[in-house]
Design a protein. Sequence first.
Length: 513
Amino acid sequence: MTPQTTHPILEGGRLGRRSLLTGAGGAAALAATGLLGGADALARPLAGPRAAAAAPKPLDLLRRMIGFDTQNFGEGGKTRAHAEWLKGVWDGAGVPSEIIPTPQPDNVHLIARIKGTSSARPLLLLGHSDVVPVERENWSVDPFAAVVEGGEIYGRGALDMKGANAATVAGLLRHVQQGHRFERDVIVLTDCDEEAGQYGSGWLAENHWDKLDAGMVLTEGGWFLAQSNGRTPMLVTVTRQDKVYFNLDLYASGTATHSSKPIPDSAIVSLSRAVADIGDDLAPVHLTAVTREYFSALARATDDRRLAGAIRLMLGTHSTKVRERAASLVVKYSDYPYLHSALLRTTAAFVIEDAGYKENVIPSEAHVRVNCRGIPGGEKPRDFVARLRKTLRGKDIEVRLGAPEGTSEADYLDQLDETWATAPASLDTPLFHAIERAAQRTYPGAVFSPALFEAGTSLGPWRERGIPGYGVYPYVIDDDQLIGMHGNDERIYVDALERGTDFMYRVFDGFRA
C-alpha cells in the first residue's frame, strides 16, 4: 500500500492539509516550515551538528510522522516517504543521515549519527517507523490526519511509537540547536519491519552491523503511569527486559457435510468451546526479581491504599493460594488492570481465526492462532504449552507450536528457553543512570522503577551480543490511551508529549561533553 499522499504543513501559523511534495520542490516546501532549518538546507554539506535557527517542536514532528501511512500488514510497510522527510529534518540540522534500502521496495531504514568528542561506545536510539493497520470505520477521526482534539493528538502511531520518535528527535535537536556536544556518538535508527516482516533490525544487523554497533540502546518500553485522576504522574518506568514471544495454533477437526443437517462433531463448535475454556483460565502468577521490584515501586507510588495493600500481600506471602487471590485484587484495584495482569503471568491472546469457505458447507477443520507472551524467569514456554495441552486433552483439539519454517518444535522450545533465561539489562550503565536522573528532574513527584515490558521490541540483535537495551514511552498516559495501542482512536496528551520531550532532553544531558 502506498504512503498517504497528504500530510500536515504549517500554513499561516496553523496546520493545514496539502499534497505530499517529493523531489527538490517538495523538500524546499518542507524546508519553509522550519523543520529543515530553512530553504537553503539542501545546499549545505553534511558537516556534522551545528546550531540551527530553531529546534522543531515535538507536536509538529509528530503530526508530520502520523501523516505518512506506514501501515504494516504483516510483510513490512512502505516507509521511504517518511524516511526521506525525516532525513531532510536531520540534514537541515547538519546531522549526517543515511537511508538503507531493503530488498522490499520502499521499505527502508534511516540512520542518523551525531559525532561525539570521544571514542566511547555510542548510544543508539531505536524507534520504528512502521505501524499496525487500522480499521478506519472504527475510528472517530482520520487515523492519518493527526487531529488534535480535547488536548489529545489522534493518529495511528501517536503512542506506538511515532510519539516517542518525535520526543526523541525534538529533544536531540534542541541540544544541537543550543550548540551542545556529546561525549560519544549518538546514533538514531528509525527502523522498518518492527511490527512484522523479514527486513527489520535483525536483517539490518546482519548486513550493516558496523553502523549499529553501540554500547547501549534505548527504544520503546517503559510506561509513565498516572494516579487515578489520569493526569498526575505516579510511576515512571524503564524496561530492562521483554516478555518472551511465541505463537500457538489450535486445530479442530469434524465431519464435513451439508449445512442443512448439522451434526454434533462440528469443528467450529469444538474449537469455540476450547477457546472459551482457555479464555477463562488465567495462567498462574509468577513473580521474578524484576517484577517484584516493579510492583513494590507501584505500591509506594499509588494513592490507592487498597491497591498498595493487595500488592504488599501478594509480594509478602509464601502461599500460592494467597498470592493468586492477592494478585486478583491487584488487577481489580489497578487503574491499568490489563497491563498489570500481563506483568503477572503468561498471557494468551486469540488473534486470528479461520474456518469454512461456503455458507452451505460445514467445514471439516477450524483454526485459531494464539499469541502468547511469557515472563522471563517465570513459567517456561514449554511448561505453558504442556499445561495447555493437558487442559485440552480429550477435546479433539490439536495444539501446534508456531515454530519458524524449517525448525522443529523441540529446537524452537530450546530457543525459547534461551530467550527466557536472558538476563535483564544492567542497572549500572550511563544510560540507565541518565534515565533515572531525567525521571527525577522531570517528574519529581513520581516514583521511578525499572520494569518488565509486557510486549516486544526490536532489541534482539543487541541483546544477542550482550549490549544492554532499555525502553521508555516518554509520556504519561491513562488506561484508555493504553488500550488504544494497536487499537482504535490511538492518541496521547499533547502536554504529556511536550513534557516527555523535556524528559528526553534531560536523558541526553547525561551524555553531554
